[in-house]
Write a protein that binds this ligand. Structure first.
Ligand SMILES: O=c1ccn([C@H]2C[C@H](O)[C@@H](COP(=O)(O)OP(=O)(O)OP(=O)(O)O)O2)c(=O)[nH]1
Length: 200
């Protein structure tokens, strides 16, 4: 079951679903979704001499990613073909019996701006800001203004609450993320978890 505006408000009032700050209910709560705003931090991918991004090397993240913080009244220009990581301004907490889907907004889609490359799903139990995988699929640069409504979250109720929600007891690596976070794929068990770190 997908939550309607009334259902969303009820869950927010109960307090187990958290979207913080939710400054303008009138503007942000849509018929069956909640619009989230763009934060001011961005991670940009640099052209680099490393041979490839290797899942087992933590060190390389700093070599191909740099952070930009947009000042007040300024914009971030997303050029055609760009792929950057942004963040929602809001922090969310998803209860164990809901899944949240990160979607774009049609008005941005019509400008060829998409908000995730894949896996736009917030697990039951997830807490934190949401990292946006922003791309410009069009042919004209688009100005993104921190504070603008950039994405929307829809919520689906699970038949039963998750037995093992997203969280520290299952090693969930993006729990409580603050600002855009680069991939932590090197923490995956198949790449040696947190133990393995390549030295080359
Ligand atoms: O566009 C998105 C989608 C999800 N998330 C957050 C919420 C989600 O619960 C978490 C983990 O997502 P997922 O399970 O798809 O990633 P993973 O690579 O499998 O991470 P983990 O191994 O921690 O589950 O990342 C975002 O920040 N942005």
């Amino acid at each position: 079951m997908i939550l309607s505006d009334a259902d969303i408000l009820e869950r927010l009032e109960e307090g187990d679903l958290v979207i913080d700050p939710l400054d303008d209910y009138e503007l942000q709560i849509q018929p069956a979704s909640v619009d989230l705003r763009l934060g001011r931090e961005f991670l940009e991918f640099q052209r680099t001499n490393i041979p490839c991004i290797h899942p087992t090397s933590e060190r390389e993240v700093d070599e191909y990613v740099t952070e930009t913080v947009v000042e007040d009244d300024d914009d971030f220009i997303l050029h055609p073909g760009d792929f950057v990581l942004g963040t929602t301004h809001e922090r969310v907490e998803i209860p164990a019996d809901l899944i949240a889907h990160v979607e774009g907004r049609s008005s941005l889609g019509r400008l060829a701006v998409v908000v995730h490359a894949t896996a736009g799903l917030c697990d039951p139990g997830y807490r934190g800001q949401i990292t946006l995988e922003l791309s410009n699929l069009g042919s004209a640069p688009v100005a993104l203004t921190p504070g603008m409504r950039i994405s929307q979250l829809t919520f689906t109720e699970l038949k039963t609450p998750a037995d093992r929600p997203y969280g520290s007891d299952r090693g969930s690596k993006y729990q409580d993320q603050d600002g855009p976070q680069a991939s932590r794929i090197q923490s995956d068990d198949e790449f040696g978890g947190d133990q393995l770190e390549r030295s080359d």
